[in-house]
Design a protein around this ligand. Structure first.
Ligand SMILES: Cc1cc2nc3c(=O)[nH]c(=O)nc-3n(C[C@H](O)[C@H](O)[C@H](O)COP(=O)(O)OP(=O)(O)OC[C@H]3O[C@@H](n4cnc5c(N)ncnc54)[C@H](O)[C@@H]3O)c2cc1C
Length: 488
């Protein structure tokens, strides 16, 4: 019987390859670093590879926030789902922390793990099969939503709900929720999953759904990676429009803007509703743009401006209308993101604030938070403000206010990463904003950077906390998964 290595030996084993890519050598039947040839101790046989070189560790000790840096001891690039099972079992046995990482677009170290193993899910990018009559598609957790959309649109089909940015992984957004302009009608991305394939923290590969291992299914969707690594997901599909009509409608009064948005989502008049807040030349955030989209055939009737805009109180002189291909509409951020990358702003710090305001006090809360916001503290970012309907949201761990309508307020700050004093001040401002909103019954949408401790999380999950904690105990008994969230 081989002696089971201790946690220390296991960590040394993970770290032993120094600056090399490591792999299993079928001839010597041992783990070897391909450049240093130093053996690794006790790691399971893998189809993919474990990396311990400086570039891999440094890349996974960073994220889109560029604020938190926790260095793992090794990075798994899985060659198969089996690799994830094997490495999670290995880490579970030795008490080594594990964090799956999709596209690393969290902003506060949520996918990072100090001294543990990062599992990069990018290689799990399978999609399909999908055909003309499909009502669902099964995809790998590392597939990006842009890839899923392109594959399904080839058959006239689409997932019902998207995030604004498509280059996020399926596993990454299903771990948080996945909210966008279609959410008021179609729910969040987590509400459109019929089955998950997961590897639990104990290293078991399990299929779960609303009818099979339901407790695990509900603990994983919007569960912030606390109970299992998502390796695959079956997503609902609906007929896609070929083109959409896109409206940008300006407002100069916050309450009128919010009331018109509310009217539109309650009526279901448009397929997509979002909105932005803009600053005037003096720096006051007092301009509002309602963004609404109506799908054309075959998903909807040919859009009719008179019917769609009836009764709205925007400034008609400033209204903009355009017809777009459906994928071009979904991917509308791509050009702006390319420009931000080109200008070096993608590498800036992103201390983002994402809150859900209860509809009953949204105008008062938004007015007071926007009054405190300066263009300097937003930087070259944007402020989003748009409603979601509670009746469309069915995932217990996606926490929303007790109100039929909530408004997502997203202050997407962008600031130089080396100015840590400003970053710290903005994080404190985010916390103060959260406290104000929470006191009024609002919630945190946990994709941004609000300093949170275990007591805050307990409060955040409210009545759902007990079930999440029980599922954690059952499925990740050693508590190795995703420490970067700071929940347990
Ligand atoms: C430019 C931009 C635009 C965005 N727009 C929206 C938007 O419109 N709507 C919206 O809802 N969100 C939006 N987000 C937030 C985004 O949905 C989340 O940050 C999401 O988690 C990022 O996905 P990712 O693949 O980068 O995940 P990562 O940052 O890699 O991981 C995020 C968290 O999920 C966990 N995780 C990742 N993969 C898995 C898995 N397979 N199994 C279990 N846990 C996993 C990680 O451990 C980590 O805790 C946006 C973010 C950015 C940067």
């Amino acid at each position: 019987m081989p002696r089971t290595p201790s946690r220390r030996t296991a960590l040394q084993g993970l770290a032993a390859a120094g600056a090399a890519v490591v792999g299993f050598d079928p001839f010597t039947r041992s783990w070897a670093a391909t450049t240093t040839d130093r053996p690794l101790v006790g790691l399971p046989r893998l189809d993919g590879s474990v990396h311990t070189d400086d570039a891999s560790l440094a890349a996974d000790a960073d994220d889109f926030g560029h604020i938190v840096h926790r260095r793992p001891v090794a990075v798994l690039r899985p060659g198969s789902v089996h690799d994830i099972v094997a490495m999670v079992r290995f880490c579970n046995e030795h008490g080594v922390s594990v964090a799956p990482r999709g596209q690393g677009h969290a902003t506060q170290g949520q996918a990072q793990v100090d001294g543990g193993l990062v599992i990069e899910t990018t290689p799990l990018a399978s999609i399909g099969p999908v055909g003309p009559g499909s009502t669902t598609v099964t995809v790998g957790a590392g597939a990006r939503w842009s890839e899923v959309a392109r594959a399904t649109l080839a058959h006239g089909l689409t997932p019902p709900t998207f995030t604004d940015y498509l280059e996020l992984s399926v596993g990454g957004t299903l771990s948080v929720g996945g909210i966008g302009g279609q959410t008021h009608q179609q729910g969040a991305q987590v509400d459109n999953v019929t089955e998950l394939q997961v590897v639990t923290g104990a290293g078991h590969l399990v299929r779960c759904s609303p009818t099979h291992h339901r407790d695990l299914f509900l603990a994983v969707l919007a569960g912030l990676g606390q109970c299992a690594v998502i390796v695959g997901a079956t997503l609902r599909l609906v007929p896609a429009p070929e083109t959409v009509r896109h409206y940008l409608l300006p407002y100069d009064d916050l309450r009128t803007f919010l009331d018109d948005q509310r009217l539109l989502v309650e009526e279901g008049r448009f397929d997509y509703v979002e909105g932005q807040v803009t600053a005037d030349p003096a720096g006051a955030f007092n301009g509002y743009v309602l963004e609404a989209v109506a799908y054309g055939p075959p998903a909807g009737p040919a859009p009719d401006d008179t019917t769609l805009l009836r009764g709205l109180r925007h400034d008609p002189a400033g209204a903009q209308t355009s017809d777009l291909g459906y994928y071009d509409f979904l991917d509308r951020l791509a050009a702006g993101v390319a420009a931000l990358k080109e200008a070096g702003l993608w590498a800036f710090a992103h201390p983002w604030l994402n809150l859900l305001l209860p509809g009953r006090s949204a105008a008062t809360l938004a007015a007071s938070l926007l009054e405190d916001l300066t263009p300097a503290d937003l930087g070259p970012g944007v402020v989003l403000l748009y409603p979601v309907l509670r009746e469309s949201l069915h995932t217990p761990l996606l926490r929303t206010p007790e109100d039929p309508v909530s408004y997502l307020l997203a202050v997407l700050r962008t600031t130089p990463p080396d100015d840590t004093a400003t970053v710290d001040r903005l994080l404190a401002a985010n916390r103060a904003a959260y406290d104000t909103v929470h006191a009024a019954g609002g919630t945190h949408y946990p994709v941004g950077s609000v300093p949170f401790d275990a007591a805050d999380w307990r409060e955040h999950f409210g009545p759902a906390y007990r079930r999440l904690a029980a599922a954690r105990h059952t499925y990740d008994p050693r508590g190795i998964l995703v420490p970067g969230q700071g929940i347990f």
